[in-house]
Ligand binder design. Structure first.
Ligand SMILES: Nc1ncnc2c1ncn2[C@@H]1O[C@H](COP(=O)(O)OP(=O)(O)OP(=O)(O)O)[C@@H](O)[C@H]1O
Ligand SMILES: [Mg+2]
Length: 243
């Protein structure tokens, strides 16, 4: 087992953003994480990746407890994440931005820049290495965000809405890239609102609503689950005018 989350809870004041959530991800799996806006998906990522400490519960990565460890320490163990809003430093080139990933692990700047060249190629940014990261298109920024995470040589990666803002062909390319990561042996946990993409690429899907796990299983099982349908239709019904 790659990742095991047990009874994980994270509160912000009175809001229980992640509420006693249990799940595990097998080695080599692509697992989807879906749920309406505010369901707790990013908060769950933040706790698993060490950006936030949990209020209670346990996170095991390759069998070892990582709950409450720093994000740098978790990254060094082989668990990387991307950010929903790409973190781009305006003064850095594409290559330098990718290298910041390696520099989380090593102080060897020349080595970091050298391996960044291969990673730029890997994610389809070859030829763009010297461009300022801030001048990239949305699709390129999402690839850069993935490249920065890959530069830490993860065995597992948490992807937070890497398809947001992409057009259909850019989405298809990104999904191919995600499948190729899995084929290389990287386990993937994948937050996404694009249902077609999620059901097409994921082995299993975890559904959160108001911080709670409401479903976990294969795409067809999850999409037929009445609690899942209610969670999504509920959004629409809240917005509908009174009859
Ligand atoms: N830093 C924070 N401080 C206070 N409340 C927060 C904070 N981060 C998230 N929340 C709240 O926690 C809940 C879960 O938010 P979260 O961002 O994890 O949802 P999400 O599933 O990622 O949503 P989206 O699909 O919109 O990205 C929401 O009610 C949100 O307002
Ligand atoms: Mg989010």
């Amino acid at each position: 087992m790659m990742l095991e989350v047990r009874s994980l809870t994270k509160r912000f004041g009175g809001v229980v953003a992640v509420d006693s959530v249990n799940f595990s991800v097998d080695s080599g799996e692509i697992m989807g994480l879906i749920g309406p806006n505010g369901a707790g998906k990013t908060t769950l990522f933040n706790v698993v990746a060490g950006a936030l400490a949990p209020d209670s519960g346990e996170v095991l990565f390759e069998g070892n407890s990582i709950a409450g460890m720093s994000s740098a320490a978790i990254c060094r163990r082989g668990l990387a994440r991307t950010f929903q809003i790409p973190q781009v430093f305006t003064s850095m080139t594409v290559l330098e931005t990718i290298a910041t990933g390696s520099l989380a692990l090593t102080r060897a700047v020349a080595d970091a820049l050298h391996s960044a060249v291969a990673i730029a190629q890997r994610v389809g940014l070859a030829g763009r290495e010297s461009v300022l990261a801030s001048s990239l298109t949305t699709a390129e920024k999402k690839r850069l965000e993935l490249a920065r995470a890959l530069a830490t040589h993860p065995r597992m990666i948490l992807l937070d809405e890497v398809l947001a803002g992409l057009n259909a062909s850019e989405i298809a390319d990104m999904l191919d890239l995600i499948r190729s990561l899995r084929d290389e042996g990287i386990t993937v946990l994948f937050v996404e609102h694009n249902m077609e993409a999620v059901t097409g690429v994921c082995d299993r899907i975890l559904v959160l609503d108001s911080g709670r796990r409401i479903a976990l299983g294969r795409a067809d099982e999850v999409m037929a689950n009445p609690d899942v349908i209610r969670a999504y239709l509920g959004d629409v019904m809240v917005e509908a005018p009174d009859a």
